[in-house]
Design a protein around this ligand. Structure first.
Ligand code: SF4
Ligand code: SF4
Length: 416
C-alpha cells in the first residue's frame, strides 16, 4: 500500500537537526528525561532514531543499502511510538513515523522479519489473536449476565490482550458501563484481533484483510459507537483504520466514556486504600498516536506548502485529560506528573519485545525510573500492553495498576 518513494519529500527534507531524539526545548524539564526516542536512549547512535531510520529508508529506496546483517532487528527494535514524529513536527511538516512504517512494509516484503513477528501474523491468520490461543478462549469466559443489551448499537471491543490475559479489565469496563447506565453489547465469537499490530509491523496485506473484515462486520451490524477496553486497539481504530476506508462508527476509549459519565454525575468514586501519590503513564496509542488519520492526496510545493491543506497529526489531541480527570476525582488520590507526559510521554517499550526483548525490558525500566522520580508509589496506565511491560521484573520495580480496574474498585455504591 505504501511505497518508500511516497516519502521522498520527508527523506529529502530531513536536515539531521536531531529534534526527533529530544523533547522540544519548550517542553523540557532539564537534561534528565529530555530524550524522547527509546532506541536512541539505549543505543545512542544516529541509525537508531527517527532521523536514522529515515536515512536507512532512503538508502534502501536508492539501492545503496541491503537488508541483512542485523538491519531488520534494528528496524523492528524501534517501538513505533511516534515520539520522533511529533517532535520533528514541532519544527517542520513531514511524516517521520509514516516513513518508518513504509520502511517496515518494504522490509516485510524484501527482508527477513524477526521470527516472533512472523509468528504473530500466523497466529492472527489462524486463530484471530496475537497469541495463537484457541479463538473460543476469547469469549467463553464472559459471564452470561454481564449486562449487555443484544440490540445495542454500542459495542464494547475487548481486544486480544484484555480478552486473553487481562479479563479483570474487561469485567471492570463492563462494570463501569453498567454503573453509568450505558447500553452496550459484546461481539463475543465475532470479535477478532483489531489487526493493528500487523499494520505496525508492515505486514500490510494481512492487516488489510483483518481490518476490512472488521469494518464490514461493524458496518454491517449498524454499530454506531465502538468503545475499546484497550488503549492500543483505540489508537489503531482511529489512526490506522481510516487508511483502509471510511469508518462510519465513533471510536471511544473506556476512559473517555467514564469521564463523560463522571461529569454527568452518573459515576462517583470512593477513597481507595492507596498510600502516597501515584503517577500516570500515557500509552502511545491512547495518547499521541490516537489522533484520527485523515487521508491526504495532493501536491507538495516549495517550502513544504501542502495543497490542498493537510491535517497533521501532531499528538496534541490524544486522550490525555480523561484519565487524569478520573484519577483526580478519586478522593485522597494524589496524582503527580512525570517529566515526560502527554504527547511527550516516553514509551514503555512493549512493542520492541518481539524483535529485541532485552531492549524492551530496559525501556520499561527507564520509564519506571522516571515514574519513581515523582515520588509515586505506583504507576497507573490505560493499556494492557503498557501494564504488562511496566510490570515485568527488572530494575526500578514499581507496582503498576490498570486504570479501568482501579476505577471499578473505586465505584461508589456500585455492585460487586
Ligand atoms: S527527522 Fe525531523 S527532527 Fe529528526 S533530524 Fe530529520 S528533520 Fe530533524
Ligand atoms: S518511533 Fe519511537 S522508537 Fe521509533 S524512532 Fe521514533 S521515537 Fe524512536
Amino acid at each position: 500500500m505504501e511505497k518508500l518513494s511516497n516519502y521522498k519529500y520527508t527523506m529529502d527534507q530531513c536536515n539531521h537537526c536531531g529534534q526527533c531524539k529530544w523533547i522540544h526545548p519548550s517542553g523540557m524539564h532539564g537534561w534528565d528525561y529530555s530524550e524522547i526516542c527509546p532506541i536512541f536512549h539505549e543505543y545512542g547512535f544516529d541509525a537508531c532514531s527517527g532521523q536514522g531510520l529515515i536515512n536507512i529508508a532512503k538508502e534502501i529506496m536508492n539501492g545503496t543499502l541491503q537488508y541483512g546483517d542485523g538491519l531488520e532487528k534494528m528496524i523492528y527494535s524501534c517501538t513505533a511510538c511516534g515520539a520522533c514524529d511529533i517532535n520533528c513536527k514541532s519544527v517542520r511538516d513531514m511524516e517521520v513515523l509514516d516513513c518508518i512504517l513504509a520502511l517496515r512494509e518494504d522490509c516485510a516484503v524484501n527482508g527477513t522479519l524477526p521470527e516472533a513477528i512472523t509468528e504473530r501474523k500466523k497466529n492472527i491468520g489462524e486463530s484471530h489473536n496475537i497469541y495463537g490461543l484457541p479463538h473460543s478462549d476469547r469469549w467463553n469466559w464472559i459471564p452470561k449476565d454481564c449486562g449487555e443489551d443484544p440490540n445495542s448499537d454500542t459495542v464494547l471491543f475487548l481486544g486480544c490482550a484484555v480478552s486473553y490475559r487481562q479479563r479483570e479489565t474487561a469485567l471492570a469496563a463492563m462494570k463501569l458501563l453498567r454503573a453509568g447506565g450505558v447500553s452496550f453489547r459484546l461481539l463475543r465469537e465475532e470479535e477478532w484481533c483489531c489487526g493493528g499490530i500487523l499494520w505496525r509491523n508492515g505486514q500490510t496485506d494481512a492487516a488489510e484483510k483483518v481490518i476490512r473484515r472488521n469494518m464490514d462486520l461493524l458496518h454491517g451490524q449498524g454499530v454506531r459507537t465502538l468503545i475499546t477496553a484497550c488503549g492500543e486497539c483505540f489508537g489503531f481504530f482511529r489512526g490506522a483504520y481510516p487508511k483502509f476506508g471510511a469508518v462510519s462508527f465513533r471510536v471511544r476509549h473506556i476512559s473517555e466514556v467514564a469521564a463523560e459519565l463522571l461529569e454527568k454525575g452518573k459515576l462517583a468514586f470512593h477513597k481507595l486504600d492507596i498510600d502516597g501519590p501515584v503517577t500516570y503513564h500515557d500509552p502511545c496509542l491512547l495518547g499521541r498516536l490516537s489522533e484520527e488519520y485523515v487521508p491526504w492526496k495532493g501536491t507538495i510545493h516549495s517550502y513544504g506548502l501542502h495543497e490542498p491543506e493537510k491535517v497533521w497529526r501532531r499528538g496534541e489531541y490524544g486522550v490525555y485529560d480523561a484519565p487524569r480527570m478520573l484519577l483526580r476525582s478519586i478522593p485522597g488520590l494524589e496524582l503527580r506528573e512525570m517529566p515526560r507526559n502527554c504527547e511527550n510521554a516516553f514509551c514503555c517499550g512493549a512493542h520492541a519485545k518481539d524483535a529485541d526483548q532485552e531492549f524492551a525490558l530496559k525501556t520499561a525500566a527507564e520509564r519506571r525510573r522516571e515514574a519513581k522520580s515523582t515520588g509515586a508509589g505506583c504507576v497507573i496506565t490505560a493499556c494492557p500492553f503498557c501494564e504488562e511491560a511496566l510490570s515485568e521484573p527488572g530494575e526500578n520495580a514499581l507496582p503498576c495498576v490498570e486504570l479501568t480496574r482501579l476505577l471499578a474498585d473505586a465505584l461508589e455504591g456500585g455492585e460487586e
